[in-house]
Write a protein that binds this ligand. Structure first.
Ligand code: CMC
Length: 367
């Protein structure tokens, strides 16, 4: 049987049944396994949400500690991966280096054909343990620097940020960075999640599904938007300048990065508000409101001119800037976080699989 209606971009099409997450646009809630993401962002940390995604429930204090200890025991990357990363052209984008690194990790798994929930969960934890080193050190290596050793005396998120900047972050910086990871962790069926599930549906492995998802997330219409936002903000130096910059983009019918969303388009992405508060906090600490003023000017002009609102990437970008994170790492960090949700989706796909194999509407030569 064939459904004969072509929907460009599969807008509104239900692609999967899932118990992982749902964007309830009527109630303006992002649901993660029965919990509300924004509430979680005020009460829980990233690893607790990782536990929720992979185990189906929030951890108790013991489980929380056990999870962090487990990840710390698997932080290090095999030496061969560092050798491979050192051989990449220096111009390689960190997302492409990350894609290569994740792909290489498959070679260390002796049990690749086992797609059981148990085997996949162990793989997912291994991946989550190694991603901070892969994200941070692929960047350092591309920049001709030595890799930074992970530090097990810091929390997961503190170590992730430390490995990126080389400086031990303050408690406030860790809290804000952790919140950004939590907000990025899972978001229903964006392009990268769909990609991962499509790949997994052939019974291909988690590494392959995540490798494909990195490629998907890199694009500026998806995860690449957070880097694009920061490059836009760096083009000008004032709120008035940013307003002019946006007006020019709109006049030329160009997209303004960090605005719009397939699901929220005419409403603010609820995650963006949490990051906006983080930006306010960082600006206050720095005693310099310029970035906040620029972003607010952008928000106003987009609402006034075309009624389109910011997404998470819009406010994550200036937050990462104030955390001293190099711009080319913004999207790899997004992936580092999203690997939690992606892994949950691959596990769910493998556990209840039907091959994705849609049809086309033929518009070619007559026959
Ligand atoms: N700037 C200017 N106009 C926009 C924007 C924008 N950022 N977003 C949507 N529009 C306009 C678009 O030009 C179109 O107008 P018209 O109907 O007159 O042709 C209308 O709104 C519908 O846009 P669309 O591109 O057809 O909608 P979509 O659902 O296919 O695209 C989107 C969603 C996120 C790709 C798009 O809003 C966009 O390109 N945004 C900028 C990139 C961005 O910030 N991406 C991050 C998305 S959220 C997090 C993530 O997924 O990583």
């Amino acid at each position: 049987k064939t459904v004969n209606r072509f929907v460009p971009g599969l807008e509104g099409v239900i692609a999967s049944e899932t118990g992982i997450s749902f964007l309830d646009t009527e109630q303006e809630k992002i649901i993660i396994r029965g919990h509300e993401l924004i509430e979680l962002s005020h009460e829980r940390n990233y690893l607790e949400v990782l536990h929720l995604l992979l185990e189906g429930a929030l951890p108790n204090a013991e489980e929380k500690e056990a999870l962090e200890t487990k990840l710390k025991g698997m932080y290090n990357l095999p030496d061969e991966i560092y050798h491979i990363l050192k051989r990449l052209p220096k111009e390689t984008h960190p997302m492409d280096a990350l894609r290569t690194g994740i792909s290489c990790l498959a070679g260390y798994d002796q049990n690749l054909e086992d797609t059981s929930v148990k085997a996949n969960k162990e793989r997912a934890y291994l991946m989550m343990a190694k991603l901070p080193a892969l994200v941070a050190n692929s960047y350092h290596i591309l920049n001709g620097k030595e890799p930074i050793e992970p530090r097990a005396d810091l929390s997961y998120s503190a170590n992730f940020l430390y490995m990126i900047t080389g400086e031990v972050p303050t408690d406030t910086e860790v809290k804000i960075f952790d919140k950004s990871l939590l907000l990025y962790s899972e978001h229903e069926m964006p392009n990268s999640t769909f990609t991962a599930r499509v790949i997994a549906s052939t019974l291909s492995d988690l590494y392959g599904a995540l490798t494909g998802a990195v490629a998907s997330l890199k694009g500026p219409l998806h995860g690449g938007a957070n880097e694009a936002v920061m490059y836009s903000l760096r083009e000008v130096d004032s709120a008035a300048g940013y307003e002019q910059y946006i007006m020019k983009k709109l006049k030329n019918k160009e997209k303004v990065m960090g605005f719009g969303h397939r699901v929220y388009m005419k409403k603010m992405d609820p995650r963006a508000l949490v990051m906006k508060d983080a930006l306010k906090q960082l600006c206050e600490l720095k005693g310099d409101d310029k970035l906040l003023e620029m972003c607010e000017a952008g928000e106003r002009v987009m609402e006034r001119e075309i009624g389109i609102y910011p997404n998470l990437d819009y406010y994550a970008a200036p937050v990462y800037w104030l955390l001293n994170i190099p711009i080319p790492l913004y999207t790899p960090i997004f992936f580092g976080s999203r690997a939690a949700g992606l892994s949950a989706h691959v596990i769910e796909q493998h556990a209840n699989n039907r091959l994705f194999r849609p049809r086309v509407q033929y518009v070619g030569e007559s026959y």
